[in-house]
Ligand binder design. Structure first.
Ligand code: SF4
Length: 326
């Protein structure tokens, strides 16, 4: 590992999709860092750019129509952009793993779950077939599934159990970084809590760094150390969890907190953010949030806000926090 203290460092990353309807700026000038053992929450509405960020890190952006327009993604000090497909395959599924929202899309219906875990282990480590099956049984036990069920097929498991199998596959090679894209959204609430607990415990045990992609601020509070809030391809606020919850600064972040239902509160006080996410092929000029922003000023439709560090480790992209504006 290089001298770089961050496991993952994203610098000025931009990813666009070039479509017949226009260019979608899915990720714009992103800067993020994740240290060893840290969990970063990537939060935003559908279409904010969260999954594209994950695909960018995994070097899986579909090209065409997607393209990494600029920036760097350093993993263990090495830039992933520009690596050959062979080099990337050695990292993907081994040092960096990903869990998707719907477990059925990542499981092969005609292979037993044990074979699927063993396949990942054999691909990246020099073990024989018997050892790989033994390790896959041990991984199943770690995620709370009896090892003897390694001979079962995905359809023989419930939704929550299937997601446990996916987690076992993702952790089979003890990756340094796990990217979880809405891993509990497709599950019912009780199972969601169990899977989240499991992920928290495994993260501690394996010392894995994690990116948790979610639209759920409750999930963030429970599992994340740092949070990046995304809107229309931009990280508009980035800080640690405590500061985000005690002192959110960006009007969009404040709006997100205002739109969380609170059972102890009057329903009248629930204030959803007005308006809808803009058309990604036709973003508003200046700050893309300006048509929905309760604090918008005339300059907001004219100038894009810069990423401003308002105190050490707390970044906001909003003109209210730039010197000389207002
Ligand atoms: Fe609102 Fe202007 Fe800040 Fe954008 S730059 S969030 S429109 S105040």
């Amino acid at each position: 590992m290089s001298e770089n203290k961050h496991l993952l460092e994203i610098k000025n990353l931009s990813i666009h999709y070039i479509t017949n309807d226009g260019t979608v700026k899915a990720v714009e000038d992103m800067n993020l860092e994740i240290g060893t053992g840290e969990t970063l929450g990537l939060v935003g509405e559908t279409g904010a750019g969260k999954t594209t960020t994950a695909l960018g890190i995994m070097q899986l952006v579909p090209n065409p129509p997607g393209k990494i327009i600029g920036g760097e993604i350093f993993f263990e000090g090495e830039n992933l952009i520009g690596k050959t497909p062979v080099e990337i395959r050695k990292i993907r599924g081994n040092k960096i793993s990903m869990i998707f929202q719907d477990p059925m899309t990542s499981l092969n219906p005609v292979m037993t779950v044990g074979e699927q875990i063993a396949e990942v282990i054999k691909l990246h480590q020099s073990v024989n077939a018997k050892e790989a099956i033994e390790r896959s049984m041990a991984m199943l036990e770690k995620v709370g599934i009896p090892g003897e069920r390694h001979k079962d097929y995905p359809h023989q498991f419930s939704g929550g159990m299937r997601q446990r199998v996916v987690i076992a596959i993702a952790l089979a090679c003890n990756p340094q970084l796990l990217i979880a894209d809405e891993p509990t959204t497709a599950l019912d609430v009780t199972i969601q809590a169990q899977v989240l607990d499991l992920m928290k415990n495994l993260k501690k045990e394996f010392k894995t760094s994690m990116i948790m992609i979610t639209h759920d601020l409750g999930v963030v509070a429970e599992v994340c150390d740092k949070v990046a809030i995304m809107y229309a391809g931009n990280v508009i606020e980035y800080t640690d969890v405590k500061r985000l919850y005690t002192s959110p600064k960006h009007p969009y972040t404040i709006g997100l907190f205002g739109s969380i239902p609170d059972i102890n509160d009057d329903e009248d006080r629930l204030k959803p953010i007005k308006g809808l996410m803009p058309d990604p092929t036709d973003l508003p000029s200046g700050c893309p949030f300006h048509p929905r922003c309760p604090k918008a000023m005339s300059i907001c439709s004219e100038r894009k806000p810069l990423n401003t560090e308002i105190e050490p480790g707390h970044f906001v992209k909003c003109l209210l926090f730039e010197d000389g504006v207002k």
